[in-house]
Design a protein. Structure first.
Length: 440
């Protein structure tokens, strides 16, 4: 995939003390191929490569003591920029309810995302959303949203399939005002292809409900098509943001990179699975890190914050940033991580995870965790804080003490070392986003 290709390229120049224009050229050729292979729009690729090349042969990089690292930094910054730079926000209407229209083709994930978004609004921001079933065409569409509502214990407004979607939206908004809902999420109908009827109906709903946001839901698996769909919807309707679904699947990633620069509308959320909690705010910088195989430490920390002791998670973040992370922290974290959900999911977010072969197929079982815990517990205080003192005889002792093998000890030490290295690189690259409005 894209990550593998780019990482291969990056490995080649990472440690270089000096870098020539030829090096940059060669690297840019690889980057170009990697992006095209990932189904990124060719105009976007051209523009991107041009920008990175210009910066890479400039003073900033050539004069630097670590040009390899500098080029990577430039690539990361430009990837982030390509996806919209700063993280975007969701509207909050001054006169509630805030109205959000969900639009998109059939099967893109509108109904599912409507439920997920409502869930997120309630859980993270303590909002009181009303879901509106305005897809009267697809058989069982109303039922599907009602099922979602029941599952989340959230109210769903519907008038059956004999009333027009515009009328449904109108009455739903009245009801939301009466019952003091602060968000109204309208789940609209889709079609297999874009057509006049669909757009006409959506325009009517838009006119009537005057939405604060129009979120286009697109399926990341469809690659370039997703970008074309986004362009058409934006032209016809004027969308305010995109939700990219099914990013948990085997996508090539091209849509995430092209949509913003083609439509000039930000990706606001990404769907990471079918479950009602599988919706995440889109963070361009973190996505860029993920693509470059630098792991997604921040998402990992956020997950920890959501599920585990907040104080502890803050402390952990601080340690990661200052590089004072030790095996003791690792052990404590492991204990908490066990409560955070599927471990293989979490591991994928670790720095360097992309490079670990077969990680996607990995099933982490409790036995492995027990081994890791045993190994760390067999270390002395000094060894936990300064793992570099762990020489061959210490490794032997630790293996014996923990009832594991020297290979397992070596593997853990190596992983820990890699993780710290990656963190170090990342900590120099953290952006400082401005904070305003409602963030997710
Ligand atoms: P709609 O026609 O646009 O309303 O699409 P639905 O919400 O009915 O979703 C179509 C299918 O895609 C359903 O089977 C969903 O479970 C699935 N789906 C939606 N979002 C995601 C996602 O982020 N990941 C995965 N794997 N499946 C999703
Ligand atoms: Mg639907």
């Amino acid at each position: 995939g894209l990550a593998d290709r780019l990482q291969g390229t990056i490995q080649k120049i990472r440690g270089k003390g000096k870098i020539s224009e030829a090096d940059v050229k060669e690297m840019m050729r690889e980057v170009r191929l990697a992006l095209l292979e990932a189904d990124v729009n060719f105009k976007v690729v051209k523009q991107f490569v041009k920008k990175v090349s210009e910066r890479a042969v400039g003073q900033e990089v050539m004069k630097s003591l670590t040009p390899g690292q500098q080029v990577i930094k430039v690539v990361k910054e430009e990837l982030t920029e390509l996806m919209g730079g700063e993280q975007s926000q969701i509207a909050v209407s001054k006169r509630p309810p805030t109205i959000i229209m969900m639009v998109g083709l059939q099967g893109a994930g509108k109904t599912t995302t409507t439920g997920k978004l409502a869930n997120l609004l309630r859980k993270k921001h303590n909002r009181k959303p009303l879901l509106v079933a305005a897809d009267i065409y697809r058989p069982a569409a109303i039922k599907q949203l009602e099922t979602v509502g029941k599952q989340l214990d959230l109210p769903v407004f519907s008038l059956g399939d004999q009333v027009s979607p515009v009328e449904i939206a109108k009455q739903a908004i009245e009801k939301a005002k009466e019952e003091h809902h602060d968000y109204v999420l309208i789940d609209t109908a889709g079609r297999l292809h874009i057509d006049e009827n669909l757009m006409g109906e959506l325009k009517d709903i838009k006119e009537l409900s005057n939405p604060d946001e129009i979120f286009l839901v697109v399926d990341a698996m469809t690659g370039q098509d997703a970008v074309n769909v986004a362009e058409s919807f934006n032209e016809a309707l004027g969308i305010s943001g995109v939700v990219l679904t099914k990013l948990d699947g085997d996508t090539r990633g091209g849509a995430a990179l092209s949509i913003r620069s083609v439509t000039e509308k930000p990706i606001k959320f990404v769907g990471m699975g079918e479950k009602m909690d599988a919706l995440e705010a889109f963070h361009p910088e973190r996505m860029a890190s993920r693509i470059l195989g630098m792991g997604d430490v921040l998402s990992l920390i956020e997950k920890a914050q959501a599920n585990v002791d907040e104080e502890k998670a803050k402390e952990l973040e601080q340690k990661m940033r200052t590089m004072s992370f030790t095996f003791d922290d690792f052990l404590e974290q492991l204990g908490q991580v066990k409560q955070m959900g599927p471990l293989d999911e979490l591991l994928k977010m670790m720095p360097g995870a992309n490079k670990m072969k077969g990680l996607d197929k990995l099933q982490v079982d409790d036995k492995q965790i027990v081994h890791v815990e045993a190994i760390i517990q067999s270390m002395s205080k000094k060894e936990k804080t300064n793992p570099e003192v762990i020489n061959a005889s210490r490794r032997k002792r630790i293996a014996k003490g923990s009832g594991t093998s020297i290979q397992e000890v070596n593997r853990l030490l190596k992983q820990f070392e890699d993780m710290k290295k990656m963190m170090k690189q990342m900590s120099g690259m953290q952006g400082k986003g401005k904070k305003k409005g409602m963030k997710f």
